[in-house]
Design a protein around this ligand. Structure first.
Ligand code: 5GP
Ligand code: MN
Length: 348
């Protein structure tokens, strides 16, 4: 069914390994998003249905708009419960690393992840996986989400027979959020094939969309309005839009994790804009979210200048400079990319 070929030797080794009950930990990147948590919980349900003991351990808190997913209440957050997280990692026989490909992406949990004795299995769609990070690596950067890749693997292994509505809804969420609701160019016929498979389990797509996108608090919506009207800057010459969110503003609007999610996309909703960037103060650093359209790669800028990485059209990074100086540093880089930023989209 699926167009993706998985190494038959790996498939056999993994299937043999899981033929008896195992102690499993599933982990994902710092600040888990819809794909990170959705794919982790989707896999949790499928493995549990096969009789394995499975725990999802996350390096830090996930946003509240994901807490309706089945199994989310039992997720162990390393920051809140380091002892529990360490215990599970230490006793695991197998650790799945989902939606990241470099141990540094688990931030404060990195030492514990590096120390595990377990077999490590990577399932991810980011470019350039770190060599030797895991024993088995399913790395497919052309696929739009880890959740989609996971369903291809499940279908290939014949494990999709264990899907049910709960797991299918977690996986659907991962695909929906990482593809901007099925609009990015990473969406393929294979994506829709996977969606069709998930829909068979009775996924309530309209409800999921509401749970993810229509659960803003009043104050969060005011924060969005304030940021759009007061903290958005357009650099027309380069087709770039910048947003800033200071700690003071976040405190004023009772900022909660995930509140800034999606704001950056408003920049790309402006005609002809190619790049949108959100700079926000967090834990004494400036966190940067980059988004772009077309061929322009924000991953390169994030990697080269802002200690980050990600995908061509969605990347993140950080800066130790203050908010103002970080923005200045970014703006001063733009002339280096003048030609690409000024190329009209139709001519790409
Ligand atoms: P976001 O802006 O939503 O935080 O991140 C966008 C994308 O960039 C996500 O795919 C995320 O995994 C990736 N990303 C964010 N921050 C970093 C980082 O510091 N390093 C790397 N390698 N990827 C990042
Ligand atoms: Mn992802």
């Amino acid at each position: 069914m699926s167009n993706y070929e998985f190494n038959t030797q790996d498939r056999k080794s993994i299937k043999d390994f899981f033929s008896t009950p195992k102690e499993v930990v599933i982990t994902t990147h710092h600040k888990p998003d819809g794909d990170a948590l959705g794919s982790s919980l989707g896999l949790l349900h499928i493995l549990q249905a096969q009789g394995h003991r499975v725990t999802v351990v996350v390096p830090s808190e996930f946003p509240a708009f994901l807490n309706w997913m089945k199994g989310s209440k039992d997720v162990i957050d390393f920051i809140r419960n380091p002892k529990g997280a360490k215990e599970h990692l230490a006793k695991a026989e197998v650790v799945f690393c989902l939606d990241f490909n470099d141990p540094s992406r688990v931030e404060k949990m990195q030492a514990d992840l590096n120390n595990v004795k377990a077999t490590m299995i990577l399932i991810d769609h980011h470019l350039d996986p770190k060599k030797g990070f895991c024993d088995f690596q399913f790395s497919f950067p052309s696929i739009g989400s880890t959740a989609e890749l996971l369903v291809h693997i499940m279908m290939d292994f014949g494990w999709d027979e264990h899907l049910n509505r709960d797991s299918a809804e977690c996986l659907y969420t991962g695909i929906m959020t990482d593809t901007g609701s099925f609009r990015f160019n990473s969406v393929s016929d294979q994506t829709h094939l996977v969606i069709a498979r998930l829909m068979k389990e009775g996924v309530r797509n309209d409800r999921i969309h509401e749970l993810i996108y229509d659960t803003n608090s009043f104050i969060r919506t005011k924060f969005l309005g304030y940021t759009l009207s007061e903290k958005m800057l357009q650099i027309e010459e380069y087709n770039v839009v910048i947003f800033t969110a200071s700690q003071t503003d976040m405190d004023r609007f009772n900022h909660e994790p995930g509140d800034l999610e999606g704001i950056v996309n408003f920049g790309l909703s402006i005609k002809n804009m190619k790049v949108a960037v959100l700079f926000s103060e967090r834990d004494g650093l400036v966190k940067i979210s980059f988004r772009s359209k077309g061929l322009f790669s924000v991953k390169d800028i994030a990697e080269k200048y802002f200690e980050g990485g990600g995908h061509k059209n969605a990347a993140g990074g950080r800066s130790k400079l203050n908010l103002e100086d970080t923005v200045k540093k970014f703006v001063e880089l733009l002339p280096l990319y003048k030609k690409e930023l000024q190329t009209v989209r139709e001519n790409e």
